[in-house]
Design a binder for this molecule. Sequence first.
Ligand SMILES: Cc1cc2nc3c(=O)[nH]c(=O)nc-3n(C[C@H](O)[C@H](O)[C@H](O)COP(=O)(O)O)c2cc1C
Length: 332
Amino acid sequence: MSETVRLFGKAIPKTAALAPMASVADTAYRLLCMEQGACMCTGELISAKGLCYGSKGSRALCQITAAERPMGIQLFGSEPEYIAAATEIILEYKPDWIDLNMGCPVPKVVNQGAGAALMRTPELAEQIVQAAVSKAKGVPVGVKMRIGWDDNHRNAVSFAQRMEAAGADAICVHGRTRMQFYGGKADWSAIRAVKQAVAIPVIGNGDIVTGADAVQMYAETGCDLIMVGRATYGNPWVFAEIEAALAGEAYTPPDTPERLAGLLRHIRLILELSGKSETLAMREARKHALWYLKGRPGAAMFRAQCSNLQSYADAERLAAQYLEKYQTSESM
Ligand SMILES: Cc1cc2nc3c(=O)[nH]c(=O)nc-3n(C[C@H](O)[C@H](O)[C@H](O)COP(=O)(O)O)c2cc1C
């Protein structure tokens, strides 16, 4: 049994959490990652205003199934009144915590003063935390932030301290500025600085790709938990790899037949859970399919074929064809 950390009122295994990823980490994705050992997950960002105006799409994003727990629902917005009202709405879905997005870099979000733009308006960010806490009925509130707006405005430490004082129960730090978007390198020393400056738990995030990275992030930052995003693309098994590395155990990655079986299961889950027609669900599935054989022999051919997938039967056929062609390859 791995070590645990007290987070959001629960004892959470000190392994790795799945990061929130809009349009990627949906219910099917989260289930697969939790199965492979993610210790908790966060849903895709949801517009507080959209929820308040009754958006069906926003409501759909609030759904939590038992196997995804512990799971947080993440809100974004720049108006405390909408954050307060949206917090009341999401309580219906019984999130294990309420997550506040203060890290999203996309223009559509920052231009309304939300996401990472809040790091430039810490007073408003405080009001947003206070608004959520005031309506959360004791459900913990987390903040997911970056290390600042740009290199000249790296205010992660003071910002995190202010969020703590405003009532946040935990802070997740993605070690990039807003202007870096997802490029460059995450600065783990900034995560360490935040960890040393606040008393609430700190979750470190950014550029964890392997089990060795996970070990290193814990060692370098002293963070309470780590969170993994893009390294999970087509690779929910990264959580098993991380768990093994943290336990000092050997890890055997899945072979190609296992990866393809995992992909087919992922597609079945999308078909079952997305509420979309097969045509639309397969459009969603294609994106994931592209990722599953990255770096394997014949991956380019496989990727090219993925764009033609119209049905589950097509996916089964493609997997079988691939296996037949590459079964004998040494690097399987
Ligand atoms: C496609 C995509 C969607 C994302 N969506 C969200 C989101 O909805 N909420 C959020 O807080 N962060 C979001 N992020 C940021 C990730 O949660 C994470 O902070 C970032 O990818 C860095 O971690 P990584 O290097 O492990 O990927 C998203 C990232 C990606 C790549």
